[in-house]
Write a protein that binds this ligand. Sequence first.
Ligand SMILES: *[C@@H]1O[C@H](CO)[C@@H](O)[C@H](O)[C@H]1NC(C)=O
Ligand SMILES: *[C@@H]1O[C@H](CO)[C@@H](O)[C@H](O)[C@H]1NC(C)=O
Ligand SMILES: *[C@@H]1O[C@H](CO)[C@@H](O)[C@H](O)[C@H]1NC(C)=O
Ligand SMILES: *[C@@H]1O[C@H](CO)[C@@H](O)[C@H](O)[C@H]1NC(C)=O
Ligand SMILES: *[C@@H]1O[C@H](CO)[C@@H](O)[C@H](O)[C@H]1NC(C)=O
Length: 362
Amino acid sequence: MPLSDQKKNPPCKHLLIFILSQLVTAFCLFLYLRPSRDPGPEAWAGNPSSVIVQPGNNSTAPEAGSELTILLWTWPFGQRVALQKCSELFGIRDCHITANRSWYHKANAVIVHHRDVCFSPKKLPQAPRPPSQHWIWFNLESPSHSPNLNFMDNLFNLTMSYRRDSDIFTPYGWLEVLSQPQNFSIPAKSKLVAWAVSNWNPASHRVQYYEELKKYLHVDIYGSHHMSLPRDKHFSILSQYKFYLAFENSLHEDYITEKLWNNALGSGAVPVVCGPPRKNYERFLPSDAFIHIDDFPNAQGLAQYLQELDKDPARYQRYFQWRTWLKPSERSSWTVHFCKACRALQMTETYQTRPGLAKWFR
Ligand SMILES: *[C@@H]1O[C@H](CO)[C@@H](O)[C@H](O)[C@H]1NC(C)=O
Ligand SMILES: *[C@@H]1O[C@H](CO)[C@@H](O)[C@H](O)[C@H]1NC(C)=O
Ligand SMILES: *[C@@H]1O[C@H](CO)[C@@H](O)[C@H](O)[C@H]1NC(C)=O
Ligand SMILES: *[C@@H]1O[C@H](CO)[C@@H](O)[C@H](O)[C@H]1NC(C)=O
Ligand SMILES: *[C@@H]1O[C@H](CO)[C@@H](O)[C@H](O)[C@H]1NC(C)=O
């Protein structure tokens, strides 16, 4: 009896192995082909961080079904934020996202927000790191406003920032492709140029540029020390302007903030940008969606151009043509960024150390 059983076994085993291997292949294909619900600029800007990596056979990630735990070492800037379920935001498996440090020893990943730890290495987790835990360096400020980057060398396994070459790409905004073309209606315009600025530094490039520009053109200024711009009136006030000065506080690759995404594009005002070079903006936006100050030899040239557009509605409207097929994303939020980390952690589990963080982030 036992002998005949043994004889029957081999074909059964082969069949089982075959079925198992089919299942594994199907699962990998599913992971690979699964459409992303988040058509970021990746879709058309060739962003390398969108490359999907298949899970290995001895994943540090738990079995499908069980949740990854992500510990927020601090709430960003010390302020508690509302968390949403990643299954609702991105249609992925949920992660357990918590700021309760009792989870440190069980956390699969720890997100460390640069600004909240950068003034002392003692603010970093001090307990030994569990072997398979990933530390994620998270920062949305520009290098000019990110002190003590050298504390962070040789500590982190992943980077999470607005830089396109981050392991987890968390831009301030992106464009989404519409499923149907739309007739975008330009909000009614009664005013020419607005700028909202909270940090008025007379020595900065942007304030100096403005000082020159205002000799030729009137600009309405909002922000502390200027006209007030309550949060709930953002859209109704800014949308009346034909142009919005989306001037970044410092010039760095990919550093394109809510000044462009929310203040200008979100309000239906044409952005006049000062930031990284035009080519860099064109990785995020069509070339005819914005005006770059570098397009002109000086502020006078820009002023003249804006005045010409003011008198030529057909030419002005061309700055909205791209909206037939594209729309700016909804205002991004902390919880969207955290869910991007959740998604990235579910997709792959092999990361290295970022040795030269300070050298890379500038
Ligand atoms: C599974 O992982 C082990 C250890 O990482 C490795 O040696 C082995 O080759 C892997 N097997 C397959 C089929 O990938
Ligand atoms: C899987 O990983 C664990 C922990 O890293 C290790 O102890 C175990 O030997 C690995 N198993 C295989 C099959 O590679
Ligand atoms: C933190 O988590 C631990 C373990 O789950 C729990 O006992 C404790 O009450 C939590 N603390 C807070 C403030 O939620
Ligand atoms: C993460 O980086 C640390 C610090 O360099 C390193 O010791 C650890 O092995 C890395 N962990 C993983 C899971 O790659
Ligand atoms: C957009 O408006 C034009 C002119 O009013 C009209 O001919 C066209 O069908 C509209 N297209 C869409 C997609 O609504």
